[in-house]
Design a protein around this ligand. Structure first.
Ligand SMILES: [Zn+2]
Ligand SMILES: [Zn+2]
Length: 126
């Protein structure tokens, strides 16, 4: 994991992610941090944390961008090929630690692949 300059704003964002068990949407992040920083700053830091391998992003239902903590990524290698699960009942979004096999596509090189599975989460399925 690359070292990034830990400003107060960066620290605030990382704290949120360390506390959160699940992924967080940009809307939620901006709302939770509105007293500490403006929207532009939130976006800028998210970009930086994604570049440095701290976070990864993906698109959820309704085209919203979600962010979650990375496990062993760094600047040069993001390996977040895991699928994400969005609960249609409570809205929770999680990283799934299962592998998806990405097909080999002739004459193309796959760089990013997003798999979003939607349904009912563990607590909602009961
Ligand atoms: Zn749920
Ligand atoms: Zn994830």
């Amino acid at each position: 994991m690359a070292i990034i300059r830990k400003t107060k704003s960066v620290e605030a964002l990382l704290t949120l992610f360390n506390k959160a068990e699940n992924a967080m949407s940009v809307v939620e992040l901006v709302k939770q941090l509105e007293k500490e920083m403006n929207k532009t700053t939130v976006y800028r830091i998210l970009d930086r944390l994604e570049e440095s391998g701290h976070l990864h992003s993906f698109i959820g239902k309704d085209g919203l961008t979600w962010y979650a903590k990375c496990k062993d990524c760094d600047e040069a290698h993001h390996h977040d090929a895991h699928p994400h699960f969005q609960c249609l009942n409570c809205g929770k979004v999680e990283c799934l630690s299962v592998d998806v096999s990405i097909p080999k596509i002739p004459k193309r090189e796959v760089v990013v692949s997003h798999v979003l599975i939607q349904g009912k989460c563990e607590s909602c399925v009961k």
